[in-house]
Design a protein around this ligand. Structure first.
Ligand code: OAD
Length: 240
């Protein structure tokens, strides 16, 4: 069974990372448009770099939760048949053990040199304008897809959605495109797991409400149970 899981900020909420829209439209005290656009960066690079430096530093203070771990468990069972597509820029899926994770909005722990186009794994700060390890230019920016920029690897995602038997959306408000449209691109069954019905909840065949930390492990257990029943039925069937 081929499954594509889309995750958003809600899956990391119980790890202690703030979502974008749950606190009156403010994200850690900032309007996302003032820190997550190329225009904001051009106008005040120091503010934007400090904002992302703080988000990057915060990663070392949080841990994956039961929802991230459940998806890693599902990957052990499904292997390459599971693809996690995340809008999150944190590294909690990877730290929980997931290997097939596609970050369409980039990653905090990656720095991108706008001079030579190199990308570097990065855990420190960028606000002090360190030189690019490849070309030496002091033009490293967060490797984050800002509003108005093109999400990464959409061809891979589109193909995976086209091929999947099940698309599951977890912890996302369904307000930001293209991710909000994935439910329409998916060829298979569709399921939403979210704290509350998202903007696109009625587009899903099924929508379950609750915190990801309990909904996701319960769904993974249910699915693994169904898959193991199917394989024992198959084994019990007499050869034709
Ligand atoms: P949002 O903040 O828009 O939505 C988070 C969703 O998670 C909401 O629907 C919440 O109800 C839900 N939620 C909160 N806590 C939860 C929990 N414990 N369990 C399950 N669900 C929970 O975040 P995203 O949808 O991820 O883009 O935002 C999408 C994009 O908008 C982000 O990637 C970012 C942002 O601006 C860029 O920065 C380009």
């Amino acid at each position: 069974m081929k499954i594509v899981v889309l995750t958003g900020a809600g899956i990391s909420a119980e790890s202690g990372l703030a979502t974008f829209r749950d606190s009156g439209g403010l994200w850690e005290g900032h309007d996302p448009m003032q820190v997550a656009t190329p225009e904001a960066y051009a106008q005040d690079p120091g503010l934007v770099q400090r904002f992302y430096d703080e988000r990057r530093a915060a990663l070392s203070r949080v841990e994956p939760n039961a929802a991230h771990r459940a998806l890693a468990r599902l990957e052990v069972a499904l292997g390459d048949d599971l693809l996690v597509v995340t809008q999150n820029v944190d590294d909690l899926h990877e730290r929980a053990g997931s290997r097939r994770v596609h970050h369409i909005h980039g990653r905090l722990r990656s720095a991108w040199c706008t001079t030579c186009d190199a990308r570097h794994e990065w855990s420190g700060s960028l606000g002090d304008e360190p030189p690019c390890p490849a070309c030496g230019a002091r033009t490293l920016r967060p490797d984050i897809v800002w509003f108005g920029e093109i999400p990464y690897g959409m061809d891979v995602v589109e193909q995976a959605l086209w091929d999947c038997d099940l698309f599951v959306s977890i912890g996302t408000s369904g307000l930001v495109y293209p991710a909000a449209a994935f439910v329409h691109w998916a060829r298979g069954a569709t399921l939403e797991l979210n704290l509350e019905p998202s903007a696109g909840a009625t587009d899903f065949a099924e929508s379950r409400q609750g915190p990801a930390g309990s909904l996701v492990p319960a769904w993974v257990d249910e699915l693994l149970g169904e898959l193991s029943d199917e394989s024992s039925d198959e084994a019990a069937r007499p050869p034709s």
